[in-house]
Ligand binder design. Structure first.
Ligand SMILES: Cc1cc2nc3c(=O)[nH]c(=O)nc-3n(C[C@H](O)[C@H](O)[C@H](O)COP(=O)(O)OP(=O)(O)OC[C@H]3O[C@@H](n4cnc5c(N)ncnc54)[C@H](O)[C@@H]3O)c2cc1C
Length: 452
């Protein structure tokens, strides 16, 4: 690619904060709320005009990972700020009752608009500031390699935001990547999906259509009338009459590999292909699924849903085995109860903890802290939470869902605020001080069995 040199420039400083959080998805909402409640002057920077991340911008509309199957019993295991957020979504009449997935674990659908408003209320009510329509494009580092300022493009131009601690909740690890932290990005990532919702479904006739749709898809494909991007689909009702979400598209490159959410050209093609697949699937629903005859495209998500791109290489890398074996860690910050959910070419593969097991793994604080790799010193004032935290491809396929991201975000914000209050570096804050505060704020750390 040809390049040009840009002239050097003076960049105005927008403000100085104790904590800057990049990204307003599940992790960022929890991080910003916890940091502000911990007394830190906090700014959350978000490229969209609303919060929710993939949960709203990508139309996910369903919380996974809030519950675990604990020795056969379904228990809410993600608590803390997640409790308050769910209460606020429910108060806006935007929350379904939990529903069973494969008869094994609970998930809980929600309305996008209610999530956006509830997240505003919680984050800003906690005293955090938000800068929307602001895209982070780089960092300035000090002589030790720590981050001095985050560079942000806004509708009023480019500016710098300074902070003692930066929490990267960008999903793609943008800030940590800009800061030179070691990141992993596999050649084979989880495949993205463009989500959509349909309206005007006859709920009574549709019934439990999610049970029959996979067989109807197989029959339609066998008859040569339709061809689908992946096997099966998640087609489920939302809170309000006639509205169902559809998770079925799968976005690949010409060579069959997963679209890379950090590749602008591949993303551009994926948006168009995702809409083509959505239109085609609506045709199938209307033609073949009872109750969907008059269904229409109520909304195609504003952006293609990205499950995995860059992952931090942290002081602990959470693995798929950690998830399946229900691992414990001395520095637990909360738990993940979601199984491995691998969006592979043409399919979704699941791996679960053993039936009858405890059903959740603890998440260690170290998975949020960049590691020194190959002699290179990682930035000391950066914490990474959410789907870009330190996990293997397999581990990430589980803990990337909303529940795990709330847990990681609350811990990251709590750690950052505690470091400020104690005038200590992030790594000097005793783990038990973080754990005590998380427990006091309602987080379930997974050290004793949860109340059923
Ligand atoms: C199609 C799909 C279906 C899914 N289904 C489910 C489900 O049913 N249940 C479930 O719980 N989870 C599901 N997930 C997973 C889950 O939604 C995400 O993994 C989760 O939202 C990740 O949260 P996060 O806060 O780490 O990051 P994200 O939700 O990705 O949020 C990151 C935020 O950072 C912002 N941002 C990124 N870069 C910048 C930048 N440079 N400058 C400014 N802002 C930036 C983004 O705009 C975004 O708001 C699904 C994911 C996808 C893609």
């Amino acid at each position: 690619m040809r390049a040009i040199a840009e002239p050097a420039r003076e960049t105005p400083v927008f403000g100085e904060f104790d904590v800057v959080v990049l990204g307003g998805g599940p992790a960022g909402i929890a991080a910003g709320t916890a940091a502000a409640r911990g007394g830190a002057k906090t700014l959350l920077v978000e490229r969209y005009g609303f919060l929710g991340g993939m949960g709203t911008a990508a139309g996910v509309t369903n919380f996974c990972g809030l519950h675990a199957n604990v020795h056969g019993e379904h228990v809410r295991v993600v608590r803390g700020v997640a409790d308050e957020l769910l209460d606020r979504v429910a108060a806006l009449d935007g929350l379904n009752e939990p529903h069973l997935v494969f008869g094994r674990i609970l998930a809980q659908a929600y309305d996008t608009a209610a999530f956006k408003c509830a997240a505003d209320q919680m984050l800003l009510g906690a005293g955090a500031n938000a800068l929307f329509h602001a895209t982070a494009v780089g960092v300035v580092r000090d002589e030790r390699g720590d981050v001095d300022a985050l560079l942000v493009e806004t509708r009023s131009g480019r500016c710098a935001v300074r902070a003692a601690t930066f929490v990267d909740c960008s999903g793609d690890g943008d800030l940590a990547h800009f800061a030179g932290a070691a990141m992993a990005q596999g050649s084979q990532m989880l495949y993205p999906t463009l989500m959509f919702r349909v309206g005007a479904v006859d709920d009574a006739r549709a019934g439990e259509a999610w049970r029959t749709i996979p067989a109807l898809m197989d029959a339609a494909e066998a008859a040569g009338e339709f061809s689908f991007p992946r096997r099966g689909a998640i087609v489920r009702p939302q809170r309000h009459a006639g509205e169902w979400r559809v998770n079925v598209t799968q976005l690949k490159n010409a060579d069959g590999s997963a679209v890379d959410g950090t590749d602008a050209l591949a993303l551009s093609r994926a948006e168009v292909e995702g809409r083509r697949q959505a239109v085609d699937y609506l045709r199938f629903l209307r033609a073949r699924v009872p109750g969907f005859e008059r269904a229409y495209l109520l909304e195609i998500a504003p952006q293609v849903g990205i499950r995995e791109t860059r992952r931090l290489v942290g002081e602990h890398v959470l693995s798929g085995d950690d998830v399946v074996a229900c691992a414990d860690f001395a520095d637990t910050i909360g738990v993940n109860g979601w199984p491995l959910e691998l969006h592979v070419a043409g399919d979704v593969e699941w791996r679960w903890p053993a039936v009858g097991s405890r059903g959740f793994n603890q998440l260690p604080l170290r998975m949020l802290l960049p590691a020194d790799v190959g002699g290179a010193r990682a930035p000391r004032n950066v914490v990474v939470a959410g789907r870009c935290a330190s996990m293997t491809h397999d581990g990430q396929s589980a803990a990337r869902v909303s529940g795990g991201c709330f847990v990681m975000g609350q811990a990251a914000g709590t750690l950052a605020a505690l470091a400020r209050r104690r005038s200590q570096a992030l790594r000097a804050v005793p783990v038990d001080a973080v754990q005590q505060l998380l427990a006091a704020d309602g987080v379930y750390l997974g050290t004793a069995l949860p109340a059923g």
